[in-house]
Design a protein around this ligand. Structure first.
Ligand SMILES: Cc1cc2nc3c(=O)[nH]c(=O)nc-3n(C[C@H](O)[C@H](O)[C@H](O)COP(=O)(O)OP(=O)(O)OC[C@H]3O[C@@H](n4cnc5c(N)ncnc54)[C@H](O)[C@@H]3O)c2cc1C
Ligand code: SF4
Length: 327
């Protein structure tokens, strides 16, 4: 039995003030927080409930882009007609995440901040060594079973994979995370582990996600999300790709291409090497295949996760071919 105080915040301001106190965690849908409390990873002294706050669940799409409030439910965003039309990869990423029950409970803000599924991280009783949980304690995974671990963006301190799907699509289309007064580009929001894997994002104490925005683009409108996993539902990605493509007037030359990877890196991974190799070139299967290999440039495997180095470029290639055929 763990004791903690519970505050039902009456406003964003009250939630932010309370969140500035040490050992305080916000509660939105609770599908991650409760899980982490049960396995002994999260042990807050104060829980600040924001789930009922009004005005934070707006979903709006106009000529500029999409505005999605932090408390919008995953399921609502996934079925929103304008999101499906303007940002199909975002809708598809949400549809392929978790289960219907979780999508109905879980919020967009909470989804971005979900924690890694590294089994060692989630079992503190058996594996005390985890730099992400207890800085300086070591990394049980480096000497352990690494099948689900990252091949990109890892460090000597941590090789845990970022598990979410939505953030991968948001990374491909240059979304912005709004933290009240401040805004951070999504690629800067998620941090590489380096020597401080306990710091996963750019949020400071006393900040909360209030919304995300995604700029409109032709590539976002012609986009898709492919997720490969051990089973076809209720499973995290072994490798995933969000891809968007725009063509020149000739219908053949790629004018804009966005590629981001999930399931293989320590943060949602923008594959700029693939984009640079294909932008300005004719859309041809052999060029796509060659460029897709660049998705795993710099990858390092740890034995059991070597398959991701083979899998990721194939997922990227499939996603590009599918998107190109639709665009
Ligand atoms: C069995 C299972 C399978 C899953 N499969 C997938 C999957 O395939 N793909 C996928 O993407 N996800 C998957 N998930 C993760 C799921 O999507 C997340 O649990 C969910 O999105 C979290 O949202 P929430 O609102 O419940 O967050 P909460 O649990 O309420 O919060 C999560 C974290 O975010 C913080 N937080 C919440 N809202 C805010 C805010 N506005 N500002 C600042 N901090 C905030 C909380 O303090 C907490 O640390 C799975 C989860 C489970 C349990
Ligand atoms: S990979 Fe990261 S999260 Fe997993 S045990 Fe090592 S330090 Fe902890």
């Amino acid at each position: 039995m763990r004791d903690f105080s519970y505050l039902r915040a009456a406003s964003v301001e009250e939630a932010i003030n309370a969140a500035a106190l040490p050992a305080t965690m916000l509660l939105a849908g609770g599908t991650t927080l409760l899980d982490l409390a049960k396995c002994g990873v999260a042990d807050p002294e104060r829980v600040v409930d924001i789930s009922h706050l009004t005005g934070l669940d707006t979903i709006r799409v106009d000529g500029e882009g999409a505005f999605i409030g932090a408390l919008a439910k995953m399921s609502r965003v996934a079925v929103d007609a304008a999101i499906q039309q303007q940002f199909p990869a975002v809708s598809e990423a949400l549809w392929q995440a978790a289960s219907a029950q979780i999508r109905n409970m879980a919020s967009i803000g909470g989804n971005l901040l979900q924690r890694t599924r590294c089994a060692y991280f989630r079992d503190p009783a058996t594996f005390p060594a985890c730099n992400k949980r207890s800085p300086g304690s070591g990394c049980s995974a480096l000497e352990g079973v690494t099948r689900n671990h990252a091949v990109l963006g890892g460090s000597d301190a941590c090789i845990a994979t970022y598990p979410g799907d939505l953030a991968v699509a948001l990374t491909a289309f240059d979304a912005v995370v709004h933290l009240g007064e401040r805004s951070v580009a999504i690629d800067d929001f998620f941090l590489l582990p380096g020597s401080t894997p306990n710091r996963e994002h750019a949020m400071q104490p006393g900040e909360m996600i209030t919304a995300i925005t995604i700029p409109t683009s032709v590539a976002a409108r012609h986009s898709t999300f492919i997720k490969v996993r051990d089973r076809q539902s209720y499973e995290f990605a072994a490798a995933s790709a969000a891809v968007g493509i725009a063509f020149e007037a000739d219908g053949k030359t790629i004018s804009d291409i966005r590629v981001a990877l999930g399931g293989v890196a320590t943060k949602p991974w923008r594959a700029r090497g693939v984009e640079d190799a294909l932008r300005g070139r004719a859309f041809e299967p052999e060029a796509v295949k060659q460029a897709s290999r660049l998705a795993i440039e710099g990858a390092i495997d740890h034995g059991a996760n070597h398959y991701k180095i083979e899998l990721a470029p194939r997922v990227v290639e499939r996603a590009i071919l599918k998107t190109g055929a639709m665009a």
